[in-house]
Design a protein around this ligand. Structure first.
Ligand code: PEP
Length: 281
C-alpha cells in the first residue's frame, strides 16, 4: 500500500457500487453502538433522506471496562442489515474484534441475500493485533477501515496496513482518530488531522478522519460551532476522503460514547459544511 518513488498506480477501489479513492469523499454518519431498532431505523432513514448511502453501526464494541456494554454482537446483525437494505444503505462500517466475526457477518449477509455491504473496521486497540490483521487480510470480500493506533508511531500503523495487503487485501482505508496524550488536552485525544496529506503522500490509501473519537465531547467554541465540527472541517480541508462520525437520536440514552454524538437535526448542516469544505480542498 506504500507509495514509492515514480509510483503511478491508481489508489482506491469500488465496493458495492461506492467508490473509495484519494480524490472523492464519503461520509459515514451513524451510531457508535447499535442499541435499539428504533434508533437504527431513525439513523438510516435520516442518512437516506440526505442522499447518503453509507453509515456506521457498531455491533461488536471493544470496551476499556469489562462491565461496560459490549455490543449486541451477531444477535443484531439480521435486523441491522435488513434495515440497511430497506433504506438503500450500500456500505456499513462495522468494527470487528475477532476473526470469527467475519464469518458471522458473512453468513448473515448471505442468508439475507446481501441487502447491504460491510466495511470491516479495525479499531485503534487492534492496530497491532497481527493475527486479526492477517485473518482480515486473507479475505477479499470486505474492504477494511483501519484505525491508526493511538499510542504508536504513524509508521507502525502504516505497517498494520501492510499486514492486510501482504495477506491479499489491499482495499484498505486508513483512519486518523487522534492520539493519546495527557499534555493538557481539552479533547479526548490530540486531533491528528494534519497527518491526512502525509498519509496520502506516503501511501496510496484513501484517508478517513474520525472527529468524534478524536474530540470526544460536544464542547463548542464561543461562536457555537462544535469542536467536532471544527475538527471535521480541518480534516476535509486537509484532503480527507472519508468521515466517520457519531450521531444519535437520543445521546443521553446511547450505550456507548453518547457525549460526543451529534444530534439528528444537526445532520443536514453538517453534511452541507462537509461538501463545501471538500469543494474548497
Ligand atoms: C469506534 O469507532 O467505535 C471506536 C471504538 O473507535 P477507536 O477504535 O478509534 O477508539
Amino acid at each position: 500500500l506504500g507509495r514509492h518513488k515514480d509510483d503511478q498506480r491508481q489508489s482506491g477501489f469500488t465496493y458495492n457500487g461506492v467508490e473509495f479513492n484519494q480524490q472523492n469523499l464519503n461520509v459515514f454518519a451513524g451510531l457508535c453502538a447499535v442499541d435499539v431498532p428504533e434508533h437504527v431505523e431513525m439513523m438510516m432513514k435520516a442518512v437516506e433522506e440526505h442522499g447518503e448511502v453509507c453509515t456506521r453501526m457498531g455491533a461488536y464494541k471493544p470496551r476499556t471496562n469489562p462491565y461496560s456494554f459490549q455490543g449486541h454482537g451477531k444477535g443484531c446483525l439480521p435486523w441491522v442489515f435488513e434495515k440497511a437494505g430497506k433504506h438503500g444503505i450500500k456500505v456499513i462500517a462495522m468494527e470487528i474484534t475477532h476473526e470469527s466475526h467475519i464469518e458471522e457477518i458473512d453468513t448473515c449477509l448471505e442468508k439475507l441475500g446481501r441487502p447491504t455491504g460491510v466495511m470491516l473496521q479495525v479499531g485503534t486497540r487492534n492496530t497491532q493485533n497481527f493475527e486479526l490483521l492477517k485473518a482480515i487480510g486473507r479475505q477479499s470480500t470486505y474492504p477494511v477501515l483501519l484505525k491508526r493506533g493511538f499510542g504508536i508511531t504513524l509508521n507502525e500503523s502504516l505497517n498494520a496496513a501492510e499486514y492486510l495487503a501482504s495477506e491479499g487485501n489491499s482495499n484498505v482505508i486508513f483512519c486518523l482518530r487522534g492520539m493519546k496524550t495527557e499534555a493538557g488536552n481539552p479533547h479526548r485525544n490530540m486531533v491528528d488531522f494534519a497527518h491526512v496529506p502525509a498519509v496520502k503522500r506516503l501511501t496510496r490509501m484513501p484517508v478517513c478522519v474520525d472527529p468524534s473519537h478524536s474530540v470526544g465531547t460536544r464542547d463548542a467554541s464561543p461562536d457555537g460551532i462544535l469542536d467536532v465540527e471544527h475538527a471535521t472541517a480541518q480534516g476535509v480541508i486537509a484532503g480527507a476522503n472519508m468521515v466517520l462520525v457519531d450521531f444519535h437520536p437520543k445521546p443521553e440514552k446511547a450505550l456507548v460514547d453518547g457525549p460526543q454524538a451529534l444530534l439528528m437535526h444537526e445532520l443536514p448542516a453538517y453534511l452541507e459544511d462537509i461538501r463545501l469544505c471538500h469543494e474548497t480542498w
